[in-house]
Design a protein around this ligand. Structure first.
Ligand SMILES: [Zn+2]
Length: 396
Protein backbone atom coordinates (compact mmCIF):
# COMPACT_ATOMS: atom_id res chain seq x y z
CA UNK A 1 0.00 0.00 0.00
CA UNK A 2 2.93 2.36 0.79
CA UNK A 3 4.31 1.89 -2.69
CA UNK A 4 0.95 2.75 -4.22
CA UNK A 5 0.78 6.02 -2.31
CA UNK A 6 4.33 6.90 -3.33
CA UNK A 7 3.52 6.42 -7.00
CA UNK A 8 0.39 8.49 -6.66
CA UNK A 9 -2.02 5.72 -7.59
CA UNK A 10 -5.37 5.69 -5.83
CA UNK A 11 -7.03 2.39 -5.05
CA UNK A 12 -9.19 2.34 -8.15
CA UNK A 13 -6.22 3.02 -10.41
CA UNK A 14 -4.34 0.23 -8.71
CA UNK A 15 -7.18 -2.17 -9.45
CA UNK A 16 -7.31 -1.14 -13.09
CA UNK A 17 -3.53 -1.45 -13.41
CA UNK A 18 -3.64 -4.87 -11.82
CA UNK A 19 -6.37 -6.05 -14.13
CA UNK A 20 -4.06 -6.35 -17.10
CA UNK A 21 -2.01 -9.01 -15.37
CA UNK A 22 -4.20 -10.46 -12.63
CA UNK A 23 -7.17 -12.50 -13.76
CA UNK A 24 -8.79 -12.29 -10.36
CA UNK A 25 -8.82 -8.51 -10.48
CA UNK A 26 -10.79 -8.60 -13.72
CA UNK A 27 -13.69 -10.11 -11.84
CA UNK A 28 -13.43 -7.36 -9.22
CA UNK A 29 -13.59 -4.70 -11.89
CA UNK A 30 -16.60 -6.19 -13.62
CA UNK A 31 -19.00 -4.38 -11.34
CA UNK A 32 -22.71 -3.92 -11.73
CA UNK A 33 -22.18 -1.12 -14.23
CA UNK A 34 -20.82 -3.71 -16.64
CA UNK A 35 -23.58 -6.22 -16.09
CA UNK A 36 -25.95 -6.95 -18.94
CA UNK A 37 -28.68 -4.33 -18.83
CA UNK A 38 -32.12 -5.64 -18.11
CA UNK A 39 -35.42 -4.08 -17.32
CA UNK A 40 -35.20 -5.22 -13.74
CA UNK A 41 -31.62 -4.13 -13.11
CA UNK A 42 -31.17 -6.79 -10.47
CA UNK A 43 -29.17 -9.98 -10.37
CA UNK A 44 -31.91 -11.65 -8.37
CA UNK A 45 -34.86 -10.63 -10.50
CA UNK A 46 -36.96 -13.76 -10.10
CA UNK A 47 -40.11 -13.48 -8.09
CA UNK A 48 -40.64 -9.86 -9.01
CA UNK A 49 -42.78 -10.32 -12.08
CA UNK A 50 -42.34 -11.65 -15.60
CA UNK A 51 -40.53 -9.04 -17.70
CA UNK A 52 -41.60 -8.81 -21.36
CA UNK A 53 -39.06 -7.07 -23.60
CA UNK A 54 -41.72 -6.20 -26.17
CA UNK A 55 -40.00 -8.32 -28.83
CA UNK A 56 -41.72 -11.23 -30.53
CA UNK A 57 -39.69 -13.96 -32.29
CA UNK A 58 -41.45 -16.59 -34.35
CA UNK A 59 -44.72 -15.69 -32.68
CA UNK A 60 -43.26 -16.19 -29.17
CA UNK A 61 -43.01 -13.31 -26.71
CA UNK A 62 -39.48 -12.55 -25.51
CA UNK A 63 -38.95 -12.29 -21.75
CA UNK A 64 -35.91 -11.25 -19.73
CA UNK A 65 -37.26 -12.61 -16.44
CA UNK A 66 -39.87 -15.24 -15.59
CA UNK A 67 -42.22 -15.23 -12.63
CA UNK A 68 -44.66 -18.12 -12.98
CA UNK A 69 -46.89 -16.63 -10.28
CA UNK A 70 -48.18 -13.94 -12.66
CA UNK A 71 -49.00 -16.29 -15.56
CA UNK A 72 -52.60 -17.25 -16.27
CA UNK A 73 -53.46 -20.61 -14.61
CA UNK A 74 -54.78 -23.61 -16.52
CA UNK A 75 -52.70 -22.86 -19.63
CA UNK A 76 -49.41 -23.57 -21.34
CA UNK A 77 -47.22 -20.55 -22.06
CA UNK A 78 -44.31 -20.48 -24.52
CA UNK A 79 -41.57 -17.85 -24.45
CA UNK A 80 -38.11 -17.07 -25.67
CA UNK A 81 -35.95 -16.12 -22.69
CA UNK A 82 -33.37 -13.48 -23.58
CA UNK A 83 -29.95 -14.88 -22.70
CA UNK A 84 -26.52 -13.33 -23.10
CA UNK A 85 -25.78 -10.98 -25.97
CA UNK A 86 -23.67 -11.88 -29.00
CA UNK A 87 -20.97 -9.70 -30.60
CA UNK A 88 -23.40 -8.85 -33.41
CA UNK A 89 -25.77 -7.28 -30.92
CA UNK A 90 -28.48 -9.96 -30.90
CA UNK A 91 -29.09 -12.30 -27.99
CA UNK A 92 -29.13 -16.04 -27.55
CA UNK A 93 -32.79 -16.88 -26.99
CA UNK A 94 -33.68 -19.93 -24.89
CA UNK A 95 -36.97 -21.79 -25.51
CA UNK A 96 -39.13 -21.97 -22.39
CA UNK A 97 -42.55 -23.54 -21.86
CA UNK A 98 -44.58 -23.24 -18.68
CA UNK A 99 -47.54 -25.55 -17.96
CA UNK A 100 -49.34 -23.75 -15.17
CA UNK A 101 -51.98 -25.82 -13.45
CA UNK A 102 -55.49 -24.59 -12.77
CA UNK A 103 -54.78 -25.22 -9.08
CA UNK A 104 -51.70 -24.18 -7.10
CA UNK A 105 -49.08 -26.74 -6.09
CA UNK A 106 -45.43 -27.76 -6.37
CA UNK A 107 -43.26 -26.36 -9.16
CA UNK A 108 -40.96 -28.70 -11.10
CA UNK A 109 -38.25 -27.56 -13.48
CA UNK A 110 -37.22 -29.73 -16.45
CA UNK A 111 -34.01 -28.68 -18.17
CA UNK A 112 -32.31 -29.92 -21.35
CA UNK A 113 -29.66 -28.60 -23.69
CA UNK A 114 -27.05 -27.65 -21.09
CA UNK A 115 -24.73 -29.63 -23.39
CA UNK A 116 -25.47 -29.06 -27.06
CA UNK A 117 -24.92 -32.62 -28.37
CA UNK A 118 -27.52 -34.22 -26.09
CA UNK A 119 -30.78 -34.71 -27.99
CA UNK A 120 -32.67 -37.38 -26.00
CA UNK A 121 -33.30 -34.87 -23.17
CA UNK A 122 -34.91 -32.36 -25.54
CA UNK A 123 -37.32 -34.97 -26.90
CA UNK A 124 -38.08 -36.19 -23.37
CA UNK A 125 -39.13 -32.67 -22.35
CA UNK A 126 -41.18 -32.20 -25.50
CA UNK A 127 -43.08 -35.44 -24.82
CA UNK A 128 -43.70 -34.64 -21.16
CA UNK A 129 -44.94 -31.12 -21.94
CA UNK A 130 -47.20 -32.42 -24.72
CA UNK A 131 -48.75 -34.95 -22.33
CA UNK A 132 -49.60 -32.34 -19.69
CA UNK A 133 -53.12 -30.90 -19.36
CA UNK A 134 -52.85 -27.74 -17.24
CA UNK A 135 -56.61 -27.77 -16.60
CA UNK A 136 -56.19 -30.90 -14.46
CA UNK A 137 -52.84 -29.95 -12.88
CA UNK A 138 -52.14 -28.71 -9.36
CA UNK A 139 -48.82 -26.94 -9.68
CA UNK A 140 -46.47 -25.82 -12.41
CA UNK A 141 -43.93 -27.37 -14.76
CA UNK A 142 -41.23 -25.14 -16.28
CA UNK A 143 -39.40 -26.66 -19.26
CA UNK A 144 -36.16 -25.12 -20.58
CA UNK A 145 -35.38 -26.93 -23.83
CA UNK A 146 -32.14 -25.47 -25.18
CA UNK A 147 -30.22 -23.82 -22.37
CA UNK A 148 -26.86 -23.68 -24.18
CA UNK A 149 -28.10 -22.43 -27.54
CA UNK A 150 -24.79 -21.88 -29.38
CA UNK A 151 -23.62 -25.36 -28.37
CA UNK A 152 -26.84 -26.84 -29.79
CA UNK A 153 -26.43 -24.92 -33.05
CA UNK A 154 -23.07 -26.72 -33.42
CA UNK A 155 -24.20 -30.14 -32.07
CA UNK A 156 -21.33 -29.66 -29.62
CA UNK A 157 -20.96 -30.33 -25.92
CA UNK A 158 -19.41 -26.96 -25.10
CA UNK A 159 -20.33 -23.31 -25.64
CA UNK A 160 -18.12 -21.78 -28.39
CA UNK A 161 -17.02 -18.54 -26.76
CA UNK A 162 -15.26 -15.94 -28.90
CA UNK A 163 -13.98 -13.59 -26.19
CA UNK A 164 -10.29 -14.48 -26.47
CA UNK A 165 -10.30 -16.29 -29.75
CA UNK A 166 -12.24 -19.52 -29.81
CA UNK A 167 -12.78 -21.14 -26.42
CA UNK A 168 -15.01 -24.10 -25.78
CA UNK A 169 -16.68 -23.65 -22.40
CA UNK A 170 -18.46 -26.43 -20.51
CA UNK A 171 -21.35 -24.45 -19.05
CA UNK A 172 -22.16 -27.34 -16.69
CA UNK A 173 -19.08 -26.39 -14.70
CA UNK A 174 -20.20 -22.75 -14.39
CA UNK A 175 -23.46 -22.84 -12.40
CA UNK A 176 -24.91 -20.89 -10.65
CA UNK A 177 -23.17 -18.57 -13.08
CA UNK A 178 -22.42 -14.90 -12.61
CA UNK A 179 -24.14 -12.09 -14.48
CA UNK A 180 -20.98 -9.97 -14.08
CA UNK A 181 -18.44 -12.63 -15.10
CA UNK A 182 -15.68 -11.78 -17.57
CA UNK A 183 -17.03 -14.28 -20.13
CA UNK A 184 -20.36 -14.67 -21.92
CA UNK A 185 -21.24 -18.31 -21.09
CA UNK A 186 -20.84 -17.74 -17.34
CA UNK A 187 -23.00 -14.63 -17.64
CA UNK A 188 -25.58 -16.66 -19.58
CA UNK A 189 -25.56 -19.30 -16.85
CA UNK A 190 -26.18 -16.54 -14.30
CA UNK A 191 -29.03 -15.00 -16.29
CA UNK A 192 -30.76 -18.36 -16.70
CA UNK A 193 -30.19 -19.38 -13.10
CA UNK A 194 -31.26 -16.06 -11.54
CA UNK A 195 -34.05 -14.93 -13.85
CA UNK A 196 -35.55 -18.17 -15.13
CA UNK A 197 -34.99 -20.98 -12.66
CA UNK A 198 -34.21 -20.15 -9.05
CA UNK A 199 -37.34 -18.39 -7.86
CA UNK A 200 -39.70 -20.48 -10.00
CA UNK A 201 -38.75 -24.00 -8.92
CA UNK A 202 -39.30 -26.25 -5.91
CA UNK A 203 -37.60 -29.26 -7.59
CA UNK A 204 -35.38 -29.71 -10.64
CA UNK A 205 -34.36 -32.38 -13.17
CA UNK A 206 -31.45 -31.49 -15.47
CA UNK A 207 -31.38 -34.09 -18.24
CA UNK A 208 -28.17 -35.13 -20.02
CA UNK A 209 -26.64 -37.98 -22.06
CA UNK A 210 -23.17 -39.43 -22.51
CA UNK A 211 -20.65 -37.16 -24.24
CA UNK A 212 -20.02 -37.50 -27.97
CA UNK A 213 -17.84 -40.54 -28.62
CA UNK A 214 -19.41 -42.42 -25.68
CA UNK A 215 -22.58 -44.38 -24.98
CA UNK A 216 -24.13 -44.91 -21.57
CA UNK A 217 -26.88 -46.84 -19.85
CA UNK A 218 -30.13 -45.27 -18.63
CA UNK A 219 -28.84 -43.82 -15.40
CA UNK A 220 -28.86 -40.92 -12.94
CA UNK A 221 -26.17 -38.88 -11.34
CA UNK A 222 -27.89 -38.21 -8.03
CA UNK A 223 -27.16 -37.26 -4.42
CA UNK A 224 -28.84 -40.24 -2.76
CA UNK A 225 -27.91 -38.87 0.69
CA UNK A 226 -30.58 -36.18 0.18
CA UNK A 227 -33.99 -37.76 0.89
CA UNK A 228 -35.98 -35.57 -1.52
CA UNK A 229 -33.47 -36.23 -4.31
CA UNK A 230 -33.48 -39.94 -3.57
CA UNK A 231 -37.29 -40.07 -3.66
CA UNK A 232 -37.34 -38.62 -7.19
CA UNK A 233 -34.38 -40.67 -8.46
CA UNK A 234 -35.97 -43.99 -7.43
CA UNK A 235 -39.12 -43.21 -9.46
CA UNK A 236 -37.42 -43.84 -12.82
CA UNK A 237 -37.51 -47.33 -14.43
CA UNK A 238 -33.83 -47.21 -15.39
CA UNK A 239 -30.63 -49.28 -15.16
CA UNK A 240 -28.22 -47.53 -12.80
CA UNK A 241 -27.82 -44.69 -10.30
CA UNK A 242 -24.42 -43.21 -9.57
CA UNK A 243 -24.69 -41.78 -6.05
CA UNK A 244 -22.23 -38.91 -6.27
CA UNK A 245 -22.22 -35.08 -6.33
CA UNK A 246 -19.65 -35.03 -9.18
CA UNK A 247 -18.60 -31.43 -9.87
CA UNK A 248 -19.32 -28.25 -7.88
CA UNK A 249 -20.46 -26.27 -10.97
CA UNK A 250 -23.17 -28.71 -12.09
CA UNK A 251 -26.60 -27.13 -12.53
CA UNK A 252 -28.12 -29.81 -10.28
CA UNK A 253 -25.66 -28.96 -7.50
CA UNK A 254 -26.29 -25.22 -7.87
CA UNK A 255 -30.03 -25.87 -7.58
CA UNK A 256 -29.45 -28.00 -4.46
CA UNK A 257 -27.31 -25.22 -2.98
CA UNK A 258 -30.23 -22.83 -3.63
CA UNK A 259 -32.56 -25.13 -1.68
CA UNK A 260 -34.07 -26.85 -4.74
CA UNK A 261 -33.67 -30.66 -4.63
CA UNK A 262 -32.37 -31.72 -8.05
CA UNK A 263 -30.62 -34.52 -9.91
CA UNK A 264 -29.07 -35.26 -13.30
CA UNK A 265 -30.86 -37.98 -15.31
CA UNK A 266 -28.69 -39.37 -18.15
CA UNK A 267 -30.44 -40.71 -21.24
CA UNK A 268 -27.93 -42.89 -23.07
CA UNK A 269 -26.45 -41.85 -26.40
CA UNK A 270 -25.63 -38.30 -27.46
CA UNK A 271 -26.68 -36.81 -30.83
CA UNK A 272 -29.65 -39.11 -31.55
CA UNK A 273 -33.21 -39.85 -30.42
CA UNK A 274 -33.26 -43.23 -28.64
CA UNK A 275 -37.03 -43.63 -28.41
CA UNK A 276 -37.01 -46.67 -26.16
CA UNK A 277 -34.81 -44.97 -23.60
CA UNK A 278 -36.68 -41.65 -23.92
CA UNK A 279 -39.87 -43.53 -22.98
CA UNK A 280 -38.23 -44.75 -19.74
CA UNK A 281 -37.38 -41.20 -18.71
CA UNK A 282 -40.79 -39.80 -19.74
CA UNK A 283 -42.39 -42.45 -17.51
CA UNK A 284 -40.05 -41.56 -14.64
CA UNK A 285 -40.73 -37.85 -15.03
CA UNK A 286 -44.49 -38.42 -15.02
CA UNK A 287 -43.97 -40.45 -11.82
CA UNK A 288 -42.16 -37.48 -10.27
CA UNK A 289 -45.07 -35.20 -11.23
CA UNK A 290 -47.50 -37.65 -9.58
CA UNK A 291 -45.27 -38.00 -6.52
CA UNK A 292 -45.42 -34.22 -6.02
CA UNK A 293 -49.18 -34.12 -6.62
CA UNK A 294 -48.86 -31.99 -9.77
CA UNK A 295 -50.75 -34.48 -11.94
CA UNK A 296 -53.22 -37.19 -10.87
CA UNK A 297 -52.86 -40.90 -11.58
CA UNK A 298 -51.11 -44.05 -10.38
CA UNK A 299 -47.31 -44.29 -10.30
CA UNK A 300 -45.96 -46.25 -13.29
CA UNK A 301 -42.86 -48.45 -13.41
CA UNK A 302 -40.03 -47.37 -11.12
CA UNK A 303 -36.47 -48.42 -10.34
CA UNK A 304 -37.88 -51.32 -8.32
CA UNK A 305 -39.32 -52.80 -11.52
CA UNK A 306 -36.00 -52.51 -13.35
CA UNK A 307 -33.89 -53.62 -10.37
CA UNK A 308 -31.88 -50.42 -10.62
CA UNK A 309 -28.22 -50.79 -9.60
CA UNK A 310 -27.30 -48.04 -7.11
CA UNK A 311 -23.57 -47.57 -6.70
CA UNK A 312 -21.24 -45.02 -5.18
CA UNK A 313 -18.22 -45.49 -7.44
CA UNK A 314 -17.57 -44.90 -11.12
CA UNK A 315 -14.10 -45.75 -12.32
CA UNK A 316 -12.90 -44.74 -15.79
CA UNK A 317 -10.55 -47.06 -17.65
CA UNK A 318 -8.26 -44.64 -19.48
CA UNK A 319 -6.44 -45.28 -22.75
CA UNK A 320 -2.67 -45.38 -22.19
CA UNK A 321 -1.85 -45.38 -25.93
CA UNK A 322 -3.16 -43.82 -29.09
CA UNK A 323 -4.85 -46.25 -31.44
CA UNK A 324 -7.98 -48.18 -32.32
CA UNK A 325 -10.19 -49.65 -29.60
CA UNK A 326 -11.97 -53.02 -29.68
CA UNK A 327 -14.47 -53.28 -26.83
CA UNK A 328 -15.09 -56.68 -25.25
CA UNK A 329 -17.98 -55.68 -22.96
CA UNK A 330 -21.52 -54.35 -23.41
CA UNK A 331 -23.38 -51.69 -21.45
CA UNK A 332 -24.87 -53.01 -18.20
CA UNK A 333 -22.63 -56.10 -18.35
CA UNK A 334 -21.35 -57.42 -15.01
CA UNK A 335 -17.56 -57.54 -14.97
CA UNK A 336 -15.09 -59.02 -12.51
CA UNK A 337 -11.84 -57.46 -11.37
CA UNK A 338 -9.10 -58.49 -13.81
CA UNK A 339 -11.52 -59.22 -16.67
CA UNK A 340 -10.30 -57.97 -20.04
CA UNK A 341 -12.65 -55.22 -21.28
CA UNK A 342 -10.86 -53.79 -24.35
CA UNK A 343 -7.83 -54.18 -26.58
CA UNK A 344 -6.15 -51.47 -28.60
CA UNK A 345 -4.23 -51.75 -31.85
CA UNK A 346 -2.04 -49.41 -33.85
CA UNK A 347 -2.50 -48.63 -37.54
CA UNK A 348 -0.71 -51.90 -38.45
CA UNK A 349 -3.25 -53.90 -36.46
CA UNK A 350 -0.67 -54.81 -33.84
CA UNK A 351 -1.93 -54.93 -30.25
CA UNK A 352 -0.49 -51.99 -28.30
CA UNK A 353 -2.56 -52.22 -25.10
CA UNK A 354 -4.99 -54.45 -23.24
CA UNK A 355 -7.35 -53.08 -20.60
CA UNK A 356 -8.85 -54.94 -17.65
CA UNK A 357 -11.52 -54.07 -15.11
CA UNK A 358 -9.87 -52.82 -11.91
CA UNK A 359 -12.90 -53.69 -9.76
CA UNK A 360 -16.03 -55.85 -9.76
CA UNK A 361 -18.95 -53.85 -11.11
CA UNK A 362 -21.20 -53.04 -14.07
CA UNK A 363 -20.34 -51.30 -17.32
CA UNK A 364 -21.95 -47.85 -17.08
CA UNK A 365 -20.55 -46.21 -20.20
CA UNK A 366 -18.25 -47.17 -23.05
CA UNK A 367 -16.57 -45.58 -26.00
CA UNK A 368 -18.34 -45.58 -29.36
CA UNK A 369 -15.69 -43.83 -31.47
CA UNK A 370 -13.19 -46.43 -32.71
CA UNK A 371 -10.15 -44.28 -31.99
CA UNK A 372 -8.75 -43.14 -28.66
CA UNK A 373 -5.91 -40.88 -27.61
CA UNK A 374 -3.86 -41.46 -24.47
CA UNK A 375 -6.07 -40.18 -21.65
CA UNK A 376 -9.40 -40.93 -23.33
CA UNK A 377 -11.81 -42.92 -21.14
CA UNK A 378 -12.72 -46.19 -22.88
CA UNK A 379 -15.02 -47.87 -20.36
CA UNK A 380 -16.59 -46.68 -17.11
CA UNK A 381 -17.13 -49.30 -14.42
CA UNK A 382 -19.89 -48.52 -11.92
CA UNK A 383 -19.24 -50.21 -8.60
CA UNK A 384 -20.45 -50.15 -5.05
CA UNK A 385 -17.71 -49.60 -2.55
CA UNK A 386 -16.92 -47.69 0.59
CA UNK A 387 -13.60 -46.62 -0.93
CA UNK A 388 -14.87 -45.28 -4.24
CA UNK A 389 -12.10 -43.89 -6.40
CA UNK A 390 -12.77 -40.48 -7.93
CA UNK A 391 -12.05 -39.59 -11.50
CA UNK A 392 -12.90 -37.18 -14.29
CA UNK A 393 -16.27 -38.64 -15.05
CA UNK A 394 -17.29 -36.65 -18.13
CA UNK A 395 -20.40 -38.73 -18.64
CA UNK A 396 -22.97 -36.12 -17.78
ZN1 LIG B 1 -24.34 -33.40 -20.55
Amino acid sequence: MTEINETGLDRRSFMIASASTAGAAVALLAGSANAQTTSTGSSTAGGSGTVYTGDVVGGKQVISALDVSDLEPGKKHSFYFRGVQMPGGQHWYVSVMVAKGAAPGKRLGLISGVHGDEMNPIRTLQMVMKALDPASMSGTVVAVFDLSRPAIENMGRRWPNSGRGIDLIDINRAFPGNENAPDAPTRHAGLVFNRLLRSNLDYGLDFHTAATGMDATAFHLARMDLPEVRAMAELFPIDQIFDNPAYPGLLANALIDAGIPALTPEIGNPRIFDHEMIAQFVEGTMNVLKHHGIIPGPIGRTGKDTDVFVADGLLPIIATQGGFVELLVELNERVAAGQKVAIQTNTFGEVVAEYTAPVDGEVGARRTDATAEPGTPIVFILFDSADAVGGDVLVE
